[in-house]
Design a protein around this ligand. Sequence first.
Ligand code: ZN
Length: 199
Amino acid sequence: MYEGIIQDLIDELGRLPGIGPKSAQRITFHIVQSERVDVNRLVEVLRLVKEKVKFCSQCFNVAEEEECKICRDPRRDPSVICVVEESKDVVAIEKTREFRGKYHVLGGAISPIDGVGPDQLKIRELLTRLADERITEVIIATDPNLEGEATATYLARTMKPLGIKVSRLASGLPVGGDLEYADEVTLGRAFEGRRAIDL
Ligand SMILES: [Zn+2]
């Protein structure tokens, strides 16, 4: 335990995902020893991210304008939508260069233990898009773990009556993991090998 402000910073950093007490302490002392100009840059970018970044009104990806960069891009195929859990999954899929359609970011996955049901995700908004836009295929790219599979099954059931082609990324992705941890080649292959969901 340290004196006042130092301990406050360790506590704040320790609240961030993936940062344990030791990392929080290491980052705190790094900041204490850093140049003031470097720390100010960090403070400024933290302030700006809360001020400027919002969620795309169409797909709920992070955006600095009303719509995200992908939704605004006229070269993207509007007839195919790839459904992912988080914005970081959009980045992972973009890196593969296998997909030229648009996205829909759910904001998580169905997880009864964590109190996350379909209503907490952007599923209603997805169904609205399917009703309004000319969409012929939906590719479900939720994480290859329990919650991701449950979400994929729920979505496939919900969309079945709409007569839209619904597919799921091929197996070969590391089971139990996050989509973002798959390397680009594996993820690219999973895209090519996507298959219809059997219900
Ligand atoms: Zn968007």
